[in-house]
Design a protein around this ligand. Structure first.
Ligand SMILES: Cc1cc2nc3c(=O)[nH]c(=O)nc-3n(C[C@H](O)[C@H](O)[C@H](O)COP(=O)(O)O)c2cc1C
Length: 362
């Protein structure tokens, strides 16, 4: 039965399947993964949060060369105070000390302070990223941690870029619609990666996908994309039944060959430890869901993390070292609660399985 493909989402984008491959920040996206999913009729995404404006322009050109179908570029909107965050020398030393055991176990030298001025820990300039997205004009641009500035939304509309906002609560979905976003991702607390709340603290905005999606679908008129815990055809069918126009799948695509997750991360996603995820601020200073491994337990025991982006800045070389050494117990293993359903396979196979499972269930 093919009618499940015909939704306000697929009509808006002119694509075949109501399936979005979720963007991955932290360097885990790949152009190959996004292109395979777009070529297969879904919407491939690339998490460009870690890229400079120049890198974003090159990425959009690369994706255009790989696929003639719509694709999505994702950015993180800075939350209030984030760009200004600065640590005193004493705070810097305390944070460094909390991370010392993990740092030493990875053979990483102690960090050198970037200074106490505002912006010291900010990796990329959001305004430059946004300008690059507007100029490069990808078919779709998605945002987390709130809507981008009103002038940017107006400019993206003028240039024909479809915009997607991301909500963790009904109130956030209503705010994103009011800001003019074309489509809204409703991301339940089951999802892998960061909780992207922007109206209240993430800890006060934890709503599961099954509860969130129908309430958001009732509260807004724009098409809703369900995210969090969807990893096979049953999840797609359920999300559409709850009022979603499409699904956004992260963890199941992260395990696929084309994603930029490392070997140790993919092995953990498909091993027995995938049944145990938890939300933590330990890796970046922001609440995020990953497998509860040794690093998560030990970092939490070491005390409260410095706020984002400082903790993320401190952890970046440690994560790189853990990745290079293939040490799954020492890195952030981002994963959603449905991780056990993920399989290691080519992304085209994952997409084809989703389609055939949905069609077999109808
Ligand atoms: C490793 C990882 C990184 C992520 N980074 C981003 C990101 O930068 N931007 C974003 O909008 N969503 C990000 N997400 C969320 C996914 O795009 C998707 O919405 C989520 O994974 C869906 O839940 P699931 O993992 O249960 O499928 C990330 C998820 C993971 C697992």
């Amino acid at each position: 039965m093919a009618t499940w493909r015909d939704t306000p989402f697929t009509r808006r984008l002119g694509i075949e399947l109501p399936i979005v491959q979720g963007p991955f920040g932290g360097g885990l996206s790949s152009a190959a993964l996004a292109a395979v999913v777009s070529e297969g009729g879904g919407l491939g995404s690339y998490g460009a949060h870690v890229l400079s404006g120049t890198e974003i322009r090159a990425l959009v050109a690369e994706l255009r060369a790989l696929t003639s179908r719509p694709f999505n570029i994702n950015l993180w909107v800075p939350l209030p105070g984030e760009r200004e965050l600065s640590l005193s020398a004493a705070e810097f030393a305390a944070e460094s000390e909390r991370l010392r055991p993990l740092r030493e176990s990875l053979g990483v030298p102690p960090p050198v302070s970037p200074g106490e001025g505002p912006g010291a820990f900010v990796a990329q300039d959001f305004d430059a990223q946004l300008e690059a997205v507007i100029e490069a004009r990808p078919p779709v641009a998605s945002f987390v941690f709130g809507p981008p500035p009103a002038a940017a939304i107006a400019e993206m509309k003028r240039r024909g870029i479809v915009t997607i906002g991301t909500a963790t609560t009904v109130d956030e979905a209503v705010a994103l619609e009011a800001a003019g976003m074309d489509l809204i991702v409703a991301t339940g607390s089951d999802a892998g990666g960061h909780r992207v709340s922007f109206l209240r603290r993430a800890e006060e905005s934890l709503v599961g996908t099954f509860s969130l999606v129908p309430q958001v679908a009732d509260a807004v008129r724009v098409p809703v994309i369900a995210a969090g815990g969807i990893a096979d055809g049953r999840g797609v069918v359920a999300a559409l039944a709850l009022g979603a126009s499409a699904v956004q799948i992260g963890t199941a695509f992260l395990a696929c060959h084309e994603s930029n997750a490392c070997e140790a991360h993919k092995a953990a996603l498909t091993g027995p430890e995938a049944r145990r995820t938890a939300l933590t601020r330990a890796f970046t200073g922001r609440l995020a869901r990953g497998l509860r491994n040794r690093a998560m337990v030990e970092l939490e025991a070491a005390g409260e993390a410095a706020p984002y982006p400082a903790r993320a800045w401190f952890m970046s070389p440690l994560n790189q070292a853990a990745r290079a050494a293939g040490r799954a117990e020492a890195m952030a293993l981002w994963a959603g609660q449905a991780a056990s359903l993920a399989r290691r396979r080519p992304a085209a196979e994952c997409l084809a399985a989703l389609v055939s499972e949905v069609e077999a269930s109808r």
